[in-house]
Design a protein around this ligand. Structure first.
Ligand code: DX5
Ligand code: ZN
Length: 214
């Protein structure tokens, strides 16, 4: 299993120390949650913080934009050297155009679905995607309980992916821990995002290893 720890649950008063823990772990990516207070009812951090993080992170950045009009930020996300730029399907008026611009900027394109958005929304775009991010909580906050219906969506997405010949990773975000992670692994997830499970621990590296082994 690939693991993308979410910095949202880190101690923001000590970011360099928190990132050093991830650098020395087996994590595959570092997940960055951008919230604008409009698309979601919370504000997290923006480009000045992500620029600083990108200077010290040794892990590829997995940027999750919970903003309206995410297409505005393609070049800024590229400038911090992100590997993945994830945009919400519900926030994009012209999703195909946005995915095209993410690729033109040299990044991998991820499309995110909220818990109530069906997998079928991706039928005509999945072959263009590098990643699909399924929200297993309503976006905006860390530490919420996992929505079990996500397991069904992972199975549906896996089927859609094989039918379409797409190679998109299936990534899950929200309420991931050892128990829900195991269910997600069985359902067919490729990457697990985990905030509280990793950072609300005295030993984040061990928590990452637990998820890696699933
Ligand atoms: C929620 C964010 C998540 C969040 C997950 O809107 O997209 O990435 O950090 O946090 P946990 O793992 O605590 O549910
Ligand atoms: Zn996220």
């Amino acid at each position: 299993m690939k693991v993308s720890p979410s910095l949202l649950a880190a101690d923001f008063s000590n970011l360099s120390k928190e990132i050093a823990k991830i650098n020395s772990s087996e994590a595959d990516y570092l997940h960055l949650d951008v919230m604008d207070g409009v698309y979601v009812p919370n504000i997290s951090f923006g480009f000045p913080v992500m620029e600083a993080v990108s200077r010290i992170s040794e892990k590829p950045l997995d940027v999750h934009l919970m903003t309206v009009e995410p297409q505005k930020w393609v070049n800024r996300v590229r400038d911090i050297g992100a590997e993945f730029m994830n945009v919400h399907v519900e926030a994009c008026r012209h999703l195909d155009r946005t995915v095209y611009s993410i690729h033109q900027a040299g990044m991998k394109a991820g499309v995110t679905l909220n818990p109530a958005t069906p997998v079928s929304m991706l039928v005509d775009i999945i072959s263009e995607l590098d990643l699909v991010l399924l929200m297993s909580v309503n976006p905006g906050f860390g530490g919420q309980p996992f929505i079990m219906n996500t397991l069904k969506k992972v199975r549906e997405l896996k089927e859609l992916r094989s039918k379409s010949g797409s190679k998109a990773f299936i990534e899950i975000d929200g309420g991931v821990n050892e128990t829900t992670g195991k269910l997600l692994a069985e359902a067919g997830a490729d990457i697990l995002v985990a905030g509280s499970f990793v950072f609300n621990s005295d030993n984040p590296k061990e928590r990452i290893d637990i998820l890696k082994s699933l």
